[in-house]
Design a protein around this ligand. Structure first.
Ligand SMILES: CC(C)(COP(=O)(O)OP(=O)(O)OC[C@H]1O[C@@H](n2cnc3c(N)ncnc32)[C@H](O)[C@@H]1OP(=O)(O)O)[C@@H](O)C(=O)NCCC(=O)NCCS
Length: 174
């Protein structure tokens, strides 16, 4: 569990399932993401993050506001996996939690944790180029874009405007 000034970044709990699915039902939150169409699909995503936590000690963690205990979304670092095979930082917050620096605060804390606990020289992040809020956050975190590594996300159907992805990376501070 990580505590920041305003947030708790922690492993998932059963009570997170409902507010996580509520986010999956918000078209604005999901605008640049593959849909989670049912509660079962949403729960499966949490199950796989819980399994990663159990096996590796980290995942995209739940983000809770300290002030009132509210579940705001997720942020954290996942293990290397398809299609890039590098440690990846990612984030997703409920719409009304945007614009307050919460994602930055959670992401900075996740990176700090990762440099201390994960043996990796760098961490990357990927997004669709239209997702300016997400790559804006990557830039605020000091991540750098690698345009030569733009790629088509294999999980997104060919021809879908969400398929082209850009990649940012940050190296372990010296
Ligand atoms: C991507 C996402 C997490 C970014 O959230 P965010 O709130 O825009 O990012 P930050 O936490 O860095 O907050 C920055 C904003 O908070 C404002 N802010 C307010 N108080 C702040 C504070 N104390 N510290 C920092 N910023 C603060 C900044 O001015 C900035 O405002 P702006 O967006 O109007 O310019 C969010 O848009 C999201 O969940 N999107 C949907 C899911 C998604 O697409 N995920 C990414 C998949 S690749």
């Amino acid at each position: 569990m990580i505590e920041t000034e305003r947030l708790i970044v922690r492993p998932w709990r059963e009570a997170d399932r409902e507010p996580f699915f509520a986010m999956a039902c918000d078209p604005e939150v999901m605008r640049y993401l593959l849909p989670l169409n049912t509660r079962a699909e949403s729960d499966e995503r949490i199950d796989s993050l819980m399994a990663m936590q159990a096996e590796h000690g980290h995942c995209f963690w739940a983000v809770e506001r300290r002030e009132d205990g509210r579940f705001l979304g997720f942020c954290g670092v996942v293990i290397p996996r398809e299609p890039i095979w590098e440690h990846e930082i990612g984030w997703r917050l409920a719409r009304d939690a945007w614009g307050q620096g919460y994602a930055y605060e959670a992401a900075q804390a996740s990176l700090d944790w990762a440099w201390r606990h994960i043996d990796t020289p760098s961490i990357m992040a990927i997004t669709n180029i239209e997702n300016t809020r997400s790559w804006g956050l990557m830039e605020r975190l000091g991540m750098r874009r690698y345009p030569e590594e733009d790629f088509e996300h294999p999980s997104v159907p060919v021809g879908d405007p969400l398929r082209p992805h850009i990649l940012y990376r940050i190296h372990r501070p010296q």
